[in-house]
Design a protein around this ligand. Structure first.
Ligand code: GDP
Ligand code: MG
Length: 310
C-alpha cells in the first residue's frame, strides 16, 4: 500500500521547509512523489522542488481542497502510474484545508500516515483568526510549533496553550454523530521543521474510515471566500537588486507573503526570495533559467503596495 503524508498550515509557516527536511532526513532511500498545491497561478515551490525531485505534480490553478478534488485525484493516479512512488507527500496551499485531501487519498486506497499542521510560533497571533487556520489545526493529527528559534520560552508556552485550546475547540467532528474524527493528536516543537523519526514511522497513521456525505464536511471556505488576494509581478531583466531590497525592507502590513525567483544585474546567480510576516530569506538557485518574478499574497492588496520599479 502506498503511504502518504499531508502537510498543511497557513501561508509561510514552513511547510515546504519541513517537507524537504523530512524527505532528506528519513526518506532518502525511498521513492517519493511530492504534490504541491500553490495558491494562485504560479507554483513557485514546484519550481524549486523540480530541481531536487523528479516527480512533482503541481496543481496551481485553484485549491485542491475544494474545486479541484477531482483534478487532485486524477493527478495522484497519473503520478502512481508514471512513477510508482512508495510515499506521497502532499503540501496543501496556505489557504486550503487538509480534510478533503485526506478523504481523496483514502478514496484512492492510499494510507494516510499523518496530517501534519505546521504552525508559525512567532506569527500565530497575526493569522489565528482566519477561519482557514482553525480548520487546518482542527483537521490535523500532528501539530508542529515551528520557528521556535524566533520566540522566547514564555512566548512558546503561550502559543502552545493557545494551539491546544484551538485543537479542542475546532477539532473536526462528524456532523452526523458529533464524534471527533481523529481520536488523538501529537504536538511537536521544531526549528526548520525538523521532526523526530517517530513521526514518520507510521505511529500516527490514520485508520479511521470516515464516512461523511459532501454536505457533512465542514469547510472554512464558505465563510471566508475572498480573504486573500495574490499578485504576480514579472521583473525586468535589468533590475538592480538594491531596488528590490529597498521594497523588502519595508513591506506593507497587509502583505503576508512574498515568494519568487529574481535575477538581477548585480547578483551572480538567481535567488529565491522568501518573505513571511516580516522574516526574509534568500537562497541561491543557479539552475533557474526562467523569468524573474515575485508573487505577493495578502489581504486587500492595492497596486501601490506591490513593488514599484523604475
Ligand atoms: N527562523 C526560522 N525560519 C524558518 C523556519 N522554518 C521555515 N522558515 C523560513 O520561513 C520561510 C517560509 O518557509 P516555507 O517552507 O517556504 O513556508 P510555506 O509557505 O509554509 O511552505 C522561509 O524563508 C523559511 O526558510 C524556522 O523554524 N525558523
Ligand atoms: Mg510551500
Amino acid at each position: 500500500m502506498i503511504s502518504s503524508f499531508v502537510i498543511t498550515g497557513f501561508l509561510g509557516v514552513g511547510k515546504t521547509t519541513l517537507m524537504l527536511n523530512s524527505i532528506k532526513e528519513y526518506f532518502s532511500d525511498r521513492k517519493i512523489a511530492v504534490i504541491v498545491n500553490e495558491f494562485g497561478e504560479v507554483g513557485i515551490d514546484g519550481k524549486i522542488l523540480k530541481n531536487v525531485y523528479s516527480e512533482v505534480l503541481e496543481i496551481s490553478e485553484g485549491c485542491i481542497c475544494c474545486k479541484l478534488s477531482q483534478e487532485f485525484e486524477k493527478g495522484v493516479i497519473e503520478i502512481i502510474k508514471n512513477y510508482n512512488p512508495e510515499v506521497i507527500f502532499v503540501e496543501t496551499s496556505g489557504t486550503s484545508e487538509p480534510f478533503p485531501i485526506f478523504l481523496s487519498l483514502q478514496n484512492l486506497g492510499i494510507s494516510v500516515e499523518g496530517i501534519i499542521c505546521v504552525i508559525d510560533a512567532k506569527n500565530f497571533d497575526t493569522y489565528k483568526d482566519h477561519a482557514t487556520a482553525k480548520y487546518q489545526i482542527g483537521g490535523s493529527n500532528i501539530l508542529v510549533l515551528n520557528k521556535i528559534d524566533l520566540v522566547s520560552e514564555e512566548e512558546l508556552q503561550k502559543v502552545e496553550k493557545e494551539v491546544r485550546e484551538y485543537k479542542e475547540k475546532y477539532n473536526l467532528k462528524n456532523v452526523l454523530t458529533g464524534e471527533i474524527i481523529f481520536k488523538t493528536y501529537a504536538l511537536y516543537k521544531a526549528q526548520y521543521g525538523k521532526l523526530p523519526k517517530e513521526v514518520f514511522d507510521g505511529v500516527y497513521k490514520i485508520e479511521d474510515i470516515v464516512k461523511i456525505g459532501e454536505e457533512g464536511i465542514p469547510s472554512a471556505h464558505p465563510l471566508k471566500k475572498n480573504d486573500f488576494s495574490q499578485r504576480i509581478v514579472y521583473l525586468p531583466e535589468n533590475v538592480e537588486f538594491k531596488e528590490i531590497d529597498k521594497y523588502l525592507a519595508n513591506v506593507p502590513e497587509n502583505v503576508y507573503r512574498i515568494k519568487g525567483i529574481i535575477k538581477a544585474k548585480d547578483l551572480p546567480t538567481p535567488v529565491v526570495v522568501n518573505y513571511a510576516f516580516g522574516d526574509l530569506t534568500f537562497q541561491e538557485l543557479p539552475s533557474y533559467k526562467g523569468r524573474s518574478f515575485l508573487v505577493f499574497i495578502g489581504s486587500n492588496l492595492s497596486n501601490k503596495q506591490i513593488i514599484q520599479l523604475n
